[in-house]
Design a protein around this ligand. Structure first.
Ligand code: NDP
Length: 285
């Protein structure tokens, strides 16, 4: 039986610390401020944006939403980013992705001041993750690392298999594991012997987007299994990238879906916004 890594529990613990820090900042008249840009009316994106707003309220942050029409021009969108860059009450800016297809994502991300880039998608912040000299980490991989730390899992010298190489999860996840001295193998859709690589790993991080992709025969007994996947089944049920029911009995630690990595993501966005407020008020380097 594996120990369940409870993302809600860890998230509440970290939010408590963020709230305390935000209260301390308030005594200096500093209120962390987050601006969220949402283009169009994608229902899933609306839910995410609403959850971010609620998290800000819970922690005493200021937040504002910029709900923009789906046919907004690239120039108008960039102008909004620029206007947020120069506001002192806005410490974090994020543009909810995906954007409608007529918009080019990269220039929008690159227009965000790297010190306000709380998603850590700007090339400056991506580069800093490579060198280990980072101010912000992308929220989902950062959340995984917080969970690993909370449960006292030692990564040093362990073999780690990250399945998935996306810019927002797989690649930064691999770098963070490497910074913690894991020996990391990154697998993707072209990997030939994925099953064997996975089965040799002490720690598996699955970020694929395929329901129950990681089966029990791919997991070494006693391995730590982190499931980043969020897949909606035809039944409407949410499941991860790991076959939880069959993997849980052989793993040492495992994250459930829902209730594992998912709750950590917005919490890490709040942590980044707090960090941004401290940096911009010269309270952090
Ligand atoms: P992407 O679709 O961007 O990347 C998926 C990765 O999985 C790719 O690198 C792809 O390989 C790899 N892959 C796909 N099929 C296979 C296969 N058969 N064998 C091996 N590798 C494969 O997804 P994301 O990284 O954005 O997200 C991954 C999952 O995590 C999704 O379920 C998503 O919903 C979830 N997610 C959860 C978050 C959270 O808050 N918990 C936040 C972000 C994402 P290749 O590069 O070769 O195509």
């Amino acid at each position: 039986m594996a120990k369940i890594m409870d993302g809600k529990l860890v998230s509440e613990y970290i939010r408590g610390k963020i709230k305390d820090e935000a209260s301390a900042l308030k005594t200096r008249n500093i209120v962390p401020g987050l601006a969220v840009i949402l283009v169009g009316d994608d229902p899933a994106s609306k839910i995410y944006v609403n959850n971010k707003k609620k998290a800000c309220e819970q922690l005493g942050f200021y937040s504002e939403e910029h709900l923009l029409p789906a046919d907004i021009s690239q120039e108008d969108l960039m102008a909004i980013v620029q206007s947020l860059n120069v506001r002192s009450d806005i410490n974090g800016i994020l543009c909810q992705l995906p954007l409608p297809s007529h918009l080019d994502v990269a220039p929008v991300i690159e227009a965000i001041n790297p010190l306000k880039d709380v998603d850590a998608f700007h090339p400056v912040n991506v580069g800093r993750i490579m060198t280990g000299d980072f101010k912000f980490l992308p929220c989902t991989p950062a959340g995984v690392m917080e969970m690993i730390e909370y449960y006292g899992i030692n990564v040093d010298g362990k073999s780690c298999c990250v399945i998935g190489r996306s810019d927002i999860v797989g690649k930064p996840m691999s770098m963070l594991m490497l910074h913690k001295n894991a020996t990391v193998t990154i697998c993707h859709s072209h990997t030939k012997n994925l099953k064997e690589i996975c089965r040799a790993a002490d720690i598996i991080v699955a970020a694929i987007g395929h329901p129950r992709f990681v089966t029990a025969d791919m997991v070494k007994p006693g391995a730590v299994v982190i499931d980043v996947g969020i897949n909606r089944l035809e039944t409407g049920k949410i499941c991860g990238d790991v076959d939880f029911d069959n993997v849980e009995p052989i793993a040492s630690y495992i994250t459930p879906v829902p209730g594992g990595v998912g709750p950590m993501t917005i919490t890490m966005l709040m942590k980044n916004t707090l960090t941004a407020a401290k940096i911009q008020n010269l309270l952090d380097k």
